[in-house]
Design a protein around this ligand. Structure first.
Ligand code: HEC
Length: 453
């Protein structure tokens, strides 16, 4: 190699290095906008994640972990298999965003010029949706039972003298340290509708349930049905049809319930609300909680009333040690229905869950597949376009549970597990927001290619 070519290479080399240094992404200019879009809602002081990604100083020590978490798609949390369905709340980084974060870390995670920083995102403390029109709380400063999980039920009047259409409902835990999750249900005066609305009042179900303290579970000697789709499944309560779901829910990772444009839910005059609050095990000093729900009024009657279909299989049983135990639940549509979103719910042994539709013409379509379910994240998957399930088509929900010692979240592989409130027991629940397709057609909404086919 000649002296000349070496010199040339040196010059070229340093020029390349200079270009690289010049174009290497910086926190201020390139990475902060990505974090602001995808991360800081959770990664900021006082929110759910362990560290803040709002500023360089807090983010820098995490650079390598951040690279790994975005490359492996562990963050932001999202569990739908991208091969199926398309979801409007999919938070995943684009390829370009992912490459930016990776290049930033690999070039030394530099700060860059703080003057390049985008404006700091604004967060509303308290209500995420802004000030509600009406707030109803649980009615007491509840003393949380120390040392155990508890499901508390609070039934409170709304004192509504006239019925109200609501376009959104946000639940605000009174004490985030103890409130794990919350459901708000409408208590119907009409007993038939009440029975359909509340799990505890499901006709025929109570005789299969036992209560222990503040928790309910299925009796050990209740019939076992893992495949509720099998034609010969006995006629047990709620293995057919569906239960009409609650008004609103607060779950880890779930945004407040904002109903799609043109839809609303109805709260009749004189209605009562039932709050079901799951208080996580509390150690140490006594704590109180006063959880509330904020309602946002719709401007008037909606074009279409939003419904929530809850599908459950109360009669499942997972054998001790089973590594991939299958549980199924089906529903055959009695009229054309638009499906807006899916929220799967299982506990620690939940492994995967799939939603398939068999159309009237026999075509089978996977609407959502969650190949690795994670109890810590109770996500909602909102269909980008509403999915039309024609009358006569069947939704098949198939879940698998891992009750083996290989499941690190498994509290006890030696136990056969049945339905119960406790996280150590199991559930198989799906909430599906839906609209009556005939009403949607009248309203002229959702005339997308997928929805109108
Ligand atoms: C919906 C809330 C949420 C969002 C959005 C989110 N995170 Fe997280 N993140 C968490 C929580 C909670 C934890 C701690 C528990 C865990 O690791 O699951 C965490 C943990 C992490 C960790 C530590 C992982 C480990 O292996 O210990 C990293 C790194 C991280 N997040 C980076 C990010 C980045 C980068 C983004 C955006 C691209 C992001 N997160 C988006 C909630 C979130």
């Amino acid at each position: 190699m000649t002296a000349r070519s070496t010199a040339l290479r040196l010059i070229l080399g340093s020029a390349l290095a200079a270009v690289a240094a010049f174009s290497a992404p910086t926190f201020s200019k390139d990475v902060a906008p990505v974090f602001n879009r995808h991360c800081v809602e959770c990664h900021r002081p006082g929110s759910v994640a362990p560290m803040s990604l709002l500023d360089y100083k807090s983010a820098r020590p995490w650079a390598k972990a951040i690279r790994d978490a975005v490359i492996s798609r562990k963050m932001p949390p999202w569990f739908a298999d991208p091969a199926h369905g398309s979801f409007s709340n999919d938070p995943r980084l684009s390829k370009t965003e992912l490459d930016t974060v990776r290049a930033w870390v690999e070039a030394g995670a530099k700060e860059g010029d703080p003057r390049d920083l985008p404006p700091a995102p604004k967060f509303v403390e308290g209500w995420q949706l802004g000030k509600p029109d009406i707030v109803v709380d649980i009615g007491v400063d509840h003393n949380v039972t120390l040392g155990e999980d508890a499901y508390e039920h609070f039934t409170v009047p709304t004192n509504f003298t006239e019925g109200r259409w609501i376009r959104a409902a946000e639940i605000k835990p009174g004490n985030r340290a103890v409130v794990h999750h919350v459901h708000v249900l409408l208590v119907h005066e009409d007993p038939a509708r009440m029975q359909a609305a509340s799990t505890l009042n499901a006709p025929g179900l109570p005789k299969f349930l036992v209560s222990e303290g503040k928790l309910t579970r299925i009796r050990a000697d209740a019939p076992v049905v893992n495949d509720a789709c099998a034609v010969n499944a006995p006629d047990l309560p709620f293995l057919r049809g569906f239960q009409e779901g609650g008004l609103a829910a607060f779950l880890p990772g779930r945004p407040p319930d904002v109903f799609p444009d043109g839809t609303a839910k109805w709260i009749p005059p004189g209605a009562k609300l039932e709050f079901v609050v799951h208080y996580a095990r509390v150690a140490g000093k006594p704590q109180t909680d006063r959880t509330s729900v904020g309602f946002f009024l719709a401007p008037g009657p909606p074009e279409v009333v939003l419904g929530r279909m809850d599908l459950r299989n109360f009669f499942m049983q997972i054998p001790a040690g089973a590594a991939s135990h299958e549980v199924k639940r089906c529903y055959t549509f009695e009229k054309d229905t638009f499906l807006l979103s899916f929220t799967p719910h299982m506990h620690y042994r939940g492994k995967d869950i799939t939603y398939e539709l068999i159309r009237a013409d026999g075509k089978r379509e996977v609407l959502l597949s969650v190949p690795r379910y994670d109890f810590n994240w109770q996500l909602v998957y909102r269909n980008r376009d509403p999915v039309l399930a024609e009358k006569g088509s069947t939704l098949i929900v198939t879940a698998h549970y891992d009750n083996s010692p290989n499941n690190r979240a498994n509290p006890d592989p030696s136990a056969a597990v049945r339905w119960g409130d406790k996280s150590e027991e199991e559930m198989m629940t799906s909430w599906i927001e839906y609209l009556d397709a005939a009403k949607v057609r009248q309203s002229g909404r959702f005339q997308t290619s997928r929805a109108s086919k």
